[in-house]
Design a protein around this ligand. Structure first.
Ligand code: URP
Ligand code: ZN
Ligand code: ZN
Length: 471
């Protein structure tokens, strides 16, 4: 057999094993693993490199409406380009419904935004903001059947927060349809109460964003979300967990046999609320929700990864520019933290941060790194085994890493649309140098070689983790 490409001489790692072998690729798929594979139109020398499944980032926000006068810094073009430079081959952004909108129309609109723009593959989660009878009874079940098999609900944010009753209704549709519910767990009323109190006391600087949503706000909502899921017997994914108390709620649920899964993100491993305390509005660069906490919370998030309480490590890439009237610095000309758009960029730095801080520092194995950044995402969201692993028959979605490259993360190295990185100055060891999607390089030796539009939309199967149990 003549292969299109052979990747030769690398060390291959999957979620289960690490081994030396060559990878033969035909028509965008892995056709053979072994040595002495034979002839190929192109041979790629991977000696001294790691060859890993391309990263799957199952929590990114691209081209999402973000409130009056605020514009997200990445569209599908820039966001997926940055993802490719960061070693990712597939991202899962959200198709976000706003009040009054038809969910089906929202999905069409996001497809139009993505069509012809992407450098890596994409699939969509839904965000349910308006749980009307039509959405629950017709649109949502039809969309799940069409491959939109996961959706996010919010327990906070003006215009997005669902009541407990609405959460229960959405969860029971998820149970009937076999969809997976992702939950942003923060107590909306508590945040409003604390924000008003802080503002009345003149505490409006970005650092007070953290004080407006302290750990009990997240812990309580996490507990409540788990209780609602228990009542409806539906599996849930608690996204962007920031601290040990919320993590322990998830662990307790898991120990009880509930199908409760967790996700954490780089900001909860390497940032703290002290980063929010820069001069003037500097701290706005770090405003995200939940906020980064303290060193004890960082340790707890590491424990959650090491002990597999968290199945997923995602970026929650939600990029805004800092020094821009449409961004974080002076939103609407007002200075209270209340008006700073929530979210930080991270799709390009997620993998190097976990590789360096996790694998290189001996906290997690290379195989767990692959699981947390690729394989578990594919399994959780109905993409496995086509995506998320290196196996015969899988798409040739690969990242070639230089495991020894030392990089100091800096905005000038990155490709996202934000004008800053929250990880400026962080020294990491290990960097993805080439990224291949379905057998074609998008980034090769640090250069963009892929074409816009080569990334495809990938419909998904139902999550095997969300199969309804017999009632
Ligand atoms: O601050 C954050 N995380 N913004 C992104 C939206 C979300 O809640 O995931
Ligand atoms: Zn969220
Ligand atoms: Zn998010």
């Amino acid at each position: 057999m003549t292969f299109d490409t052979i990747i030769r001489g690398g060390t291959v790692a999957t979620a289960a094993d690490t081994f030396a072998c060559d990878i033969g690729i035909v028509d965008g798929r892995i056709a053979a693993l072994g040595t002495s594979l034979g002839a190929a139109r192109e041979t790629v020398d991977a000696a001294g490199r790691l060859v890993l499944p391309g990263g799957i980032d199952s929590h990114v926000h691209l081209a999402q409406p973000s409130g009056p006068g605020i514009v997200m810094a990445d569209d599908f073009e820039s966001g997926t380009r940055a993802a490719a430079f960061g070693g990712n081959t597939l991202v899962l952004p959200f198709a976000m419904q706003q009040k009054g909108e038809s969910l089906r129309e929202v999905v069409k609109a996001y497809h139009a935004k993505a069509e012809g723009q992407c450098y890596v593959d994409v699939s969509f989660h839904l965000i349910i903001a308006d749980a009307t009878d039509r959405v629950l009874g017709q649109e949502l079940p039809a969309l799940v059947a069409d491959g939109y098999t996961s959706f996010k609900v919010f327990m906070t944010y003006e215009g997005l927060a669902l009541s407990d009753l609405e959460m229960l209704e959405v969860m029971s549709v998820a149970r009937e349809t076999g969809a997976l519910v992702m939950i942003h767990a923060e107590n909306y009323d508590a945040i409003r109460f604390l924000t008003d109190r802080l503002e009345r006391a003149g505490k409006t600087a970005p650092r007070y964003h953290a004080a407006s949503r302290p750990i009990p706000v997240e812990r309580e909502a996490t507990h409540r979300a788990i209780s609602l899921a228990e009542l409806t017997d539906v599996p849930i994914m608690i996204v962007h967990v920031s601290n040990g108390e919320a993590m322990e709620e998830i662990r307790r649920a898991q120990q009880k046999g509930l199908r409760v899964y967790g996700e954490t993100c780089p900001q909860y491993l390497v940032l703290t609320e002290k980063d929010l305390a820069g001069l003037n509005m500097e701290g706005a660069r770090y405003v995200c929700s939940p906020p980064p906490r303290d060193e004890a919370s960082q340790r707890a998030c590491w424990a959650g990864l090491e002990q597999k309480v968290f199945a997923l490590f995602s970026s929650d890439h939600c990029p805004f520019r800092y020094d821009d009237p449409q961004g974080k610095l002076t939103p609407k000309g007002r200075t209270s933290f209340r008006w700073v758009p929530n979210g930080i960029p991270g799709v390009e730095t997620r993998l190097p941060i976990l590789f360096s801080e996790g694998v290189k520092k001996g906290r997690i194995s290379l195989n767990d790194f692959v699981a947390l950044t690729a394989t578990n995402h594919a399994r959780m969201y109905g993409l496995y085994p086509r995506k998320g692993t290196i196996a015969v028959g899988a798409d040739a979605d690969l990242a070639i890493w230089d495991p020894e490259r030392q990089v100091t993360i800096s905005q000038r190295l990155l490709h996202h649309g934000s004008d800053y990185t929250p990880y400026e100055g962080l020294a990491v060891t290990g960097w993805p140098v080439s990224t291949m999607v379905r057998g074609r390089f998008v980034v090769r030796d640090g250069e963009l070689v892929g074409t816009k539009g080569s990334g495809a939309y990938v419909p998904r199967a139902k999550s095997p983790y969300a199969v309804p149990r017999p009632s």
